[in-house]
Ligand binder design. Structure first.
Ligand code: ZN
Length: 194
């Protein structure tokens, strides 16, 4: 016998740096608030690139986020908050891809999932975890930025160290203040051909 049960939906918001992923996620969060749905935002605890307990767009919209390091943290939250309608995770590329299998199961349990993540690293290599997320998502919103050279749509993020494009891993110690990322189109993306 088939039993119909309500399940959630998985939405992935992806693209290069500066494409407005977090802004799009915050827009979806706004919609949840308008419809009085309970939600929680998580951020990987290894992402120390910005303020620890918020997700923030470059336009300065922000929301409180919970640090997490794996599914146990999410389960613990859901146990204490059984009416949670949506689980939102930003910066998914920092997590191991095993988290995606868990989020898929969570969706079958009726929880809506919104995932944000970078699709490729600065050398153009896809992030495994985001690729996995794209495979199981019901909806993928792929955003783009604007190429800093020509103004065309940019789907890549170029890393610069001391104003020179970095095209592959190097052993040099990079001083954080000398590292810069800029959005680029394919034509203006410098890469290592080996
Ligand atoms: Zn360009």
């Amino acid at each position: 016998m088939f039993v119909s049960k309500s399940t959630g939906k998985i939405t992935l918001v992806t693209g290069p740096m500066f494409s407005g992923k977090t802004l799009e996620i915050l827009r979806l969060v706004d919609q949840l608030e308008y419809s009085n749905k309970e939600y929680v935002i998580f951020k990987p605890s290894i992402d120390s690139s910005e303020d620890e307990f918020i997700i923030k767009s470059r336009w300065n919209h922000s929301k409180k986020a919970n640090k997490f390091s794996g599914e146990d943290d999410i389960e613990r939250y859901l146990l204490n908050n059984p009416n949670t309608y949506a689980v939102i995770i930003d910066e998914i590329q920092f997590m191991d891809k095993s988290i995606i299998k868990y989020l898929d199961r969570l969706c079958f349990r009726g929880i809506n999932i919104i995932i944000g993540g970078l699709d490729r690293d600065y050398s153009g290599k896809p992030f495994d975890t985001t690729s996995f997320a794209a495979s199981i998502a019901d909806e993928v919103r792929k955003l783009h930025s604007i190429c800093h050279v020509c103004g065309d749509a940019a789907f890549l993020s170029q890393k610069f160290y001391q104003n020179r494009a970095v095209t592959k891993d190097s052993k040099q110690i990079e001083l954080k203040n000398d590292v810069l990322y800029k959005p680029v189109c394919r034509k203006h993306f410098k890469y290592d051909e080996n």
